[in-house]
Ligand binder design. Structure first.
Ligand SMILES: [Zn+2]
Length: 250
């Protein structure tokens, strides 16, 4: 059975051929294959994305199984990047996946970002988020960043491939200050649940669609804050920080 054709037939109900062709050609780098990364990659493959680059140096643990839907008990102890690649290929064997069992670092960051058109930040720490932001800005790649913690999350989009045409604020305009005080916003030290990561990851994937189809709203220049306990869904406008060390260098 040709799964790709099947997917395309169903997705065509909402996405036209141009959008599906674009999605097919788009090179998407997903950094972090935990809660967010599990949903993001699964949704991208089911939508018809064909070129994924996956980066994570972590191993699957029992404590991940409450929210990281790519993994099950038989995967505990194994490389997330390699397991994710295998599982995603089961959904669509025609997807091209380059999986790196490695962290995203200053040493490999430029090499990885250059491989992609859009980078999806599914990490849980601001050190990596800032590094991703700096490299994506310099290389002119789109960055869709997000964070989750308990019942809350945020998503922000930085289409730096348009930075020559217009002013685009960056992640460091949104979150200035020292890394220590930013820890909580990254979600790294707050417990997270499957509902929060599912909603936030789905917004990240929807942003890929909205960026490439350009016929709806997108999160450029905004950050969307979601609170699942109160059902608040608040887009907040961002402005460029004239003192930003990344996008407004003196
Ligand atoms: Zn900035």
């Amino acid at each position: 059975m040709n799964l790709s054709q099947n997917e395309k037939d169903y997705n065509r109900l909402l996405l036209d051929d141009d959008a599906l062709d674009l999605l097919k050609e788009l090179r998407l780098l997903v950094v972090g294959l935990g809660g967010l990364g599990s949903f993001v990659t699964t949704e991208l493959v089911r939508l018809g994305a064909k070129n994924l680059i996956l980066v994570d140096n972590d191993r699957v643990s029992f404590s991940n199984l409450n929210r990281q839907i790519l993994y099950d008990r038989s995967d505990v102890g194994k490389s997330k990047a390699l397991v994710a690649s295998k599982k995603l290929k089961k959904i669509d064997p025609s997807v091209n996946i380059e999986a790196f069992d490695a962290g995203f670092t200053a040493a490999n960051g430029s090499y990885l970002v250059e491989k992609a058109d859009i980078v999806i930040d599914c990490t849980d720490n601001f050190e990596t988020k800032r590094l991703l932001n700096r490299i994506c800005y310099v290389k002119g790649r789109g960055l869709i960043s997000a964070g989750v913690g308990s019942w809350e999350g945020w998503v922000a989009s930085f289409p730096f491939f348009r930075k020559e045409e217009k002013e685009i604020p960056c992640l460091e305009c949104l979150f200035p200050g020292d890394l220590e005080t930013l820890k909580e916003l990254g979600g790294g030290n707050l417990p997270t649940v499957v509902t929060t990561v599912a909603v936030v990851a789905s917004v990240q994937v929807q942003e890929v669609i909205n960026l490439i189809t350009q016929n709806g709203e997108n999160l450029e220049g905004k950050t969307l804050i979601v609170d699942l306990k109160t059902y608040q869904w608040v887009p907040v406008k961002l402005s460029k920080n004239p003192q930003c060390p990344v996008c407004s260098p003196s």
